[in-house]
Design a binder for this molecule. Structure first.
Ligand code: FAD
Length: 422
């Protein structure tokens, strides 16, 4: 079974094909989905001595975890001040600490399990307009208030030395954010989980879950009966668990990779090799690859359809920043679904006392999935204090039900896009 096509798939480390689930098996915990959420949860549970089966519809890392921008981003998609407004000072502070623990965990997983995924720290949030600088300065002030100590504002000249584009007027440099090869991170997590005794089945789509006292998950060819279920299908879960479906919106987002360049030419684009994002509402993010390509992401489709001409339009956006790439062909285009929530904070909770879920990291999942996996494992181990902080985050359903929620959001997003262009 192949990975979803991308530059990541073509540079993935060799991995075994895992067997399809056949027949009836039992486990302490059954996890639906082998992306970062499912895999880190499995590792954390196995480390606590529980038996775990992971059921993956396609292949390990087939979803967003194998296709994303690979950007490890500090904090959440909302400021801590906003979270404080919704949840109070104590919870907001603890959520910040948990988000920091997520990055420490990620680094620890990579080191402990020797996951070769090109992990590298250093990140620039760049400003295109004065109002972006104001927003970044507010962000920096908040980080100072949290005693973060790893970020600082940078002026136009320093940004120009970091990135070979004249587009930016300044930025915020964060040495605590970074980048990795997302699919190789997922494959490494799977190997680590199996080393701890976790059984992973690929090609095993769960078609029904029973979330009561005696939970189970069934596929076309088998059934796992378990003490607990963890639903980790995120944007790809579809209608398997109706109670949580309306809390996330799957949005298509896309990346391109250029042809390889001479090493010196690629290095000149981002001499420091850091990852970069700018803070237009429709985020653009990019970095160099170890084989000297330029990886550029952006473009969001909320309509549920992959817009035609994406490769051309993403390339056009890239050339606006980097006209010097005009003669470099684009060799790859791929996309995937990112799950966003109404308030842009992750959605963790229980459907029943035996069934947990985590979804909707809203573009921050590379890091935050690690802590989600840990707090779910803690809660299954009857230490739910930290899980419950996440579970207290107030989430509202997207308005409009299944049929109309997309058009409503598309209109809202078009307004923000227009604001960016102006
Ligand atoms: C193009 C793109 C760029 C992104 N860039 C970034 C970024 O730079 N930084 C960042 O932090 N985040 C980014 N994200 C988001 C990030 O990738 C996700 O938040 C993260 O990977 C979520 O991991 P997950 O394990 O929860 O979900 P996924 O990785 O999507 O895994 C879910 C898995 O569940 C499986 N599944 C679903 N339903 C079933 C079923 N019924 N039975 C069995 N299996 C099932 C799916 O096949 C899938 O493999 C990006 C996402 C995309 C698509």
């Amino acid at each position: 079974m192949p990975h979803a096509p991308s530059w990541y798939a073509d540079t993935a480390h060799p991995a075994p094909n895992r067997p399809m689930l056949v027949g009836d098996v039992t486990a302490d915990v059954c996890i639906v989905g082998a992306g970062y959420t499912g895999l880190v949860t499995a590792i954390e549970l196995a480390q606590r001595g529980l038996s775990v089966v992971v059921l993956e519809a396609e292949k390990v890392g087939w979803g967003a975890s194998g296709r994303n921008g690979g950007q490890i981003v500090t904090g959440f998609n909302k400021s801590i001040a906003e979270i404080e407004g919704w949840m109070g000072k104590g919870d907001a502070r603890q959520l910040w600490d948990l988000s920091e623990e997520a990055k420490t965990m990620l680094a620890g997983l990579v080191e402990r399990h020797q996951i070769e995924c090109d992990l590298k720290w250093g990140y620039l949030l760049a400003a295109l307009k004065p109002r972006h600088m104001t927003a970044l300065a507010e962000h920096q002030a908040e980080l100072d208030g949290l005693a973060y100590g790893k970020s600082r504002m940078v002026a136009r000249d320093e940004v120009r030395a970091m990135v070979a584009t004249d587009s930016y007027i300044g930025g915020l440099y964060d040495e605590g954010s970074g980048q990795l090869h997302p699919l190789n991170y997922a494959l490494g997590l799977a190997r680590a989980a199996e080393g701890l005794g976790v059984r992973i089945h690929e090609g095993s789509r769960v078609v029904r879950v029973e979330t009561g006292d005696k939970p189970f998950a069934t596929t076309a060819t088998g059934k796992v009966s378990a003490g607990y279920l963890v639903l980790a299908g995120n944007a790809y879960l579809g209608g398997l668990a109706p109670p949580i479906r309306s809390r996330v919106m799957p949005a298509g987002t896309y990346m391109i990779a250029t042809a390889p360049m001479e090493p010196e030419r690629a290095a000149a684009l981002i001499p420091s090799g850091i990852a970069v994002a700018d803070i237009n509402f429709a985020l653009n993010y990019y970095r160099r690859s170890p084989d000297h390509r330029f990886l550029f992401g952006g473009g969001v489709s909320y309509s549920g359809f992959d817009a035609p001409g994406l490769k051309t339009s993403l390339r056009r956006t890239m050339l606006r920043y980097f006209p010097q790439l005009a003669d470099v062909p684009v060799e790859y285009l791929w996309g995937g679904h990112v799950a966003i929530t109404m308030n842009r904070l992750p959605h963790l909770g229980r459907i029943s006392p035996t069934t947990y879920f985590a979804q909707g990291y809203s573009g921050h999942g590379v890091a935050l999935t690690a802590i989600a996996g840990r707090v779910i494992a803690e809660a299954i181990g009857h230490q739910a204090e930290r899980f419950d902080i996440f579970a207290r985050i107030p989430h509202r359903p997207f308005p409009g039900g299944q049929t109309f929620r997309m058009p409503a959001l598309v209109l809202a997003m078009m307004w923000y896009r227009l604001r960016d262009l102006l």
